[in-house]
Design a protein around this ligand. Structure first.
Ligand code: NAD
Length: 376
């Protein structure tokens, strides 16, 4: 079987779906790999490293036409998706519950679409395939670094002959995989860190990193798959109020609160932003084209409010750690390919917990129950 990897087309995407070590793994397992020349350049993986791992360079169109399995990061541009034909497999973070029309088109052409975001993450055998976690982890680390570099003061306490700096106070709102990494990173940089989440289970995780936990009076508990459930309008208003009062005490705010498939909750309101000191920093990992967790944040852009607060729209910060994020993603992809084609032959087993969760379309049909339900 031939596995293909392309240059990602978006100018904001610096990652690549397979790094040379993932290629090495696939080649040793008996696959051939075709790569688009330059696909790893932004992540500092030269073509020579792909060739040394046993991959062969090909043009963009040849990779698409000749591969049996195409590995991607996000749902590919129409130019790529429309060129896939019957029997080919597309694997990546396809956001299938939202890209329903595009997925239906793939299904009608007989393409097997495999959506990594639908993986049952709590299954231990699925953990090596968990691309949401690997990329959230990279984004959370990066958020801590971006916050530190945007803040015009020290994060740690500094006692020097020229004076003393007090440590910065950081709050991380949403303490899932990304939030816990942001906590660990800003703690390592010497800040005084607090975590906040509506899932009570996150309390002990935050404290185990040596951070404080700000208890929410709006405990939304865990919804489907361990995620926070969507909150009612009243709960959202109560949460904004309680946060607005608490946030005045912080220099740096990192928000990571997402509820899959829905608008991100607005957690740092316009009023809360106005109470922050000039030079304070908000890094919003929840920023997307649907809005963000911070009032006025624009994904991919940084702006300063009239009150001097720096707001970073960081919806895709994993892409700014391209080498590490790609290495981890490559490992996720090879684990999925190992699971779908254990003997070098693609074998979709509808009774397998992992296959039935992530395989969205196969043999011309939408086979994922979750995606079928979303299409109703
Ligand atoms: P996510 O990216 O979907 O959300 C980030 C965090 O924001 C979550 O902790 C969520 O509770 C929180 N959040 C959502 N709305 C909020 C609000 N209004 N106010 C404050 N916080 C809010 O989450 P994730 O990092 O993908 O993790 C989701 C869940 O999956 C967690 O329970 C995590 O522990 C679990 N998980 C389990 C495994 C595993 O078992 N191997 C792996 C990864 C994740």
């Amino acid at each position: 079987l031939i596995v293909g990897v392309l240059s990602e087309l978006s100018s904001r995407e610096h990652r690549v779906a397979l790094d040379p070590s993932a290629v090495d793994h696939l080649v040793k397992a008996g696959f051939a790999v075709l790569f688009e020349a330059g696909c790893g350049a932004d992540a500092s993986f030269p073509d020579s490293a792909y060739e040394a791992s046993g991959a062969t360079a090909a043009s963009h169109s040849d990779v698409i036409a000749k591969c049996n399995i195409l590995a991607v990061l996000d749902f590919p541009a129409p130019l790529v998706a429309d060129a896939l034909t019957s029997g080919q497999v597309l694997v990546g973070l396809l956001d299938a519950l939202n890209n329903r029309d595009a997925v239906a088109k793939l299904a009608s052409r007989g393409v097997t679409a495999v959506a990594l975001e639908l993986l049952p993450r709590t299954l231990s055998r699925a953990q090596a395939m968990d691309a949401l976690s690997s990329q959230s982890s990279a984004a959370g680390y990066r958020a801590g670094i971006v916050a530190a570099s945007s803040f015009g003061r020290y994060l740690p306490m500094m006692v020097t002959a020229s004076g003393t700096a007090i440590p910065a106070k950081v709050i991380v709102i949403g303490t899932g995989v990304a939030g816990l990494q942001a906590i660990a990173t800003t703690k390592r940089l010497g800040a005084i860190v607090t975590g906040y989440d509506v899932r009570p289970a996150s309390h002990t995780e935050v404290e185990s990193l040596g951070a404080r936990f700000l208890t929410s009076s709006v405990a939304a508990g865990a919804g489907e798959g361990g995620y926070a459930r969507a909150m009612t309008t009243e709960e959202q208003a109560a949460q904004q109020n309680e946060l607005s009062e608490a946030l005045i005490a912080f220099d740096v705010i990192i928000t990571t609160a997402k509820v899959p498939g829905r608008m991100p909750a607005l957690l740092v309101s316009e009023q809360a932003l106005a109470t922050l000191q000039p030079g304070s920093v908000c890094v919003d990992l929840g920023a997307s084209d649907k809005g963000g967790n911070v009032f006025g944040s624009v994904d991919g852009e940084t702006h300063t409010t009239a009150g001097g607060v720096i707001v970073v729209g960081g919806g895709n910060l994993a892409a700014d750690l391209p080498a590490s994020a790609s290495q981890m993603y490559g490992r996720n992809i090879t684990s999925v390919i190992d699971a779908l084609a254990p003997d070098g032959v693609i074998t979709i087993d509808a009774t397998d917990e992992v296959h039935s969760a992530i395989v969205v379309s196969h043999d011309g049909l939408i086979v994922s129950e979750r995606v079928r339900d979303a299409m109703k």
